[in-house]
Design a protein. Sequence first.
Length: 238
Amino acid sequence: MRGIGTITNFLTIVGGTVVGLAVGRYVADQMRTTIEQAVGMITIVLGVSTAAQSDNIVFPLVSVVLGGIIGEAMRIEHGFSALGHWVKAKAESVLAGRSRSTSFHPRFVEGFVTATLLFSIGPMSILGSIDDGLGRGAQILIVKSALDGLVSILFAATMGWGVALSAFVVAAYQAVMTLSASGLDAILDDRMVHEMSATGGIMVLGIGLRFMDVKPIRVGSLLPGLAIAPVLVALFAR
């Protein structure tokens, strides 16, 4: 069944968030800080190792710079934050109307933005969706789903249920790529995907630095770089 990988991914992110919320209330603040730092360091290592696989670091470099310019002009990072705040406000309004508690985690929006970026940027999301759409199987997305579910537990324990909201964005993103698989497979060659992955690695590094409060890098505004990388390869690596 085509699309089963994305459905599984959606369920593991939501399920991981539920588990994280249940466990998080019993986690002491000091342990919570340690968990955050551990996840942050692993994310940084993952980003560096992925970016280092580039055959020519100029492609990811130029892609990220141009992507950042376009992303800031389009206010992509602001859009992610605005969406998170909008959903939070709507949920608070609904709960208030039902006379229920309206207490939300103070890092609700951060959880949504961070999880959405991390779960969408990696090469497994792109390659897995294409394979699923072409009927080659959903193995890559199944593995990604397991990883995302685990990270969702850790994120939700420290940032609340805004992490679950990312599942809807990730599902929509991967569904579009799955439906467009035939076209993408014909356009993207191995070198293009390779440099896209390296560009994504730089963004994952930014997520790690951001998660550890080292620097508030606006990773969302860098996202157009993922589309720019294969274009640069097509123009200058032939």
